[in-house]
Design a protein around this ligand. Structure first.
Ligand code: NAG
Ligand code: NAG
Ligand code: NAG
Ligand code: NAG
Ligand code: NAG
Length: 236
């Protein structure tokens, strides 16, 4: 009940663009939405293998490291996302996306948080209705968290963090998993090649001959990124 009320309050607050001038240090730690099965750190992405461990439920997780006053650089962030989206015109076509990225974050003058990727991020898209139904690609999008951010206490799940997507929409509220960030090592974790790994083609009954089987049409990264970001907090 309290969780519902809290969500209702969050939605109410979301309808009014707000900028909470909170200290950015409230972000520090590891946060995870919903049933908290999706978490940054070693249990989600294995960059050396360009692979993922699939959590039991979908969700998003963000980690933020504290600013280290002894070094010049911006502190690190890491994101783990496992999301589903359905297509209104094709309700049977549920797209699943696993996404991992890390890099450094900084607060802009207008209060937005800029997440600058390190270049070694990647994602796996599974779309049963697409020409290529399952593939992995590099993911290196700079992301913006706008409108500020705030923490609140959920009666059941404890300390929670509300962030806003680049378009001002609410991200799913996330709960504090740890007050210190659980992250993979904050350095480049794989050498990035242009190659996109096609894991599996759609079983559409059309068998391509070995000679033509390399001629896959890949979704442009930008288009995929839009889809990924558009998934937002739906179904979470
Ligand atoms: C998913 O749930 C099963 C059964 O509870 C468990 O054995 C398994 O480790 C879980 N997988 C992950 C990735 O957490
Ligand atoms: C939904 O499916 C239609 C028909 O295949 C396609 O044209 C459209 O781009 C899809 N929309 C999204 C958001 O994937
Ligand atoms: C805030 O500043 C960033 C960095 O300069 C910029 O990219 C963004 O468009 C600005 N506006 C919002 C709403 O974040
Ligand atoms: C990833 O994006 C950042 C920020 O735009 C850029 O500096 C970096 O060169 C990119 N890395 C790769 C491998 O594309
Ligand atoms: C990238 O490649 C170089 C040269 O082969 C190697 O020394 C380095 O360990 C690799 N880095 C990672 C993160 O795999």
């Amino acid at each position: 009940m309290m969780a519902l009320l809290t969500s209702a309050l969050a939605l109410l607050l979301a309808s009014v663009p707000i900028y909470v001038n909170a200290d950015i240090s409230v972000l520090v730690g590891t946060w995870s939405s919903g049933s908290m099965k999706v978490q940054t750190g070693s249990g989600f992405a294995n960059p050396a293998q360009v692979s993922f461990t699939y959590p039991n439920t979908s969700g998003i997780s963000y980690s933020f490291a504290a600013k280290d006053s002894t070094t010049e650089g911006d502190p690190w962030y890491e994101i783990a996302r496992y999301r589903f989206t359905s297509n209104g015109s094709q309700p049977n076509c549920i797209t699943a996306a696993m996404n991992w990225v890390h890099g450094t974050y900084a607060e802009a003058d207008n209060g937005s948080i800029i997440l600058t990727p390190n270049g070694d991020g990647y994602q796996q898209i599974q779309d049963p209705c697409a020409a290529v139904s399952n593939f992995i690609e590099n993911y290196n999008d700079t992301e913006l968290l706008v409108n500020g951010y705030y923490t609140f206490t959920d009666a059941t799940l404890g300390l929670a963090l509300q962030l806003y997507s680049f378009d001002g929409s609410l991200l799913a509220p996330m709960y504090q998993v740890s007050s210190t960030p659980n992250m993979l090592p904050t350095q480049q974790l794989r050498n990035v090649t242009a190659a996109t790994q096609v894991i599996q083609r759609r079983g559409n009954g059309v068998r391509s001959s070995p000679r033509t089987s390399t001629g896959f049409t890949l979704v442009p990264t930008a288009a995929v990124a839009v889809v990924i970001l558009a998934i937002g907090s739906s179904l979470l």
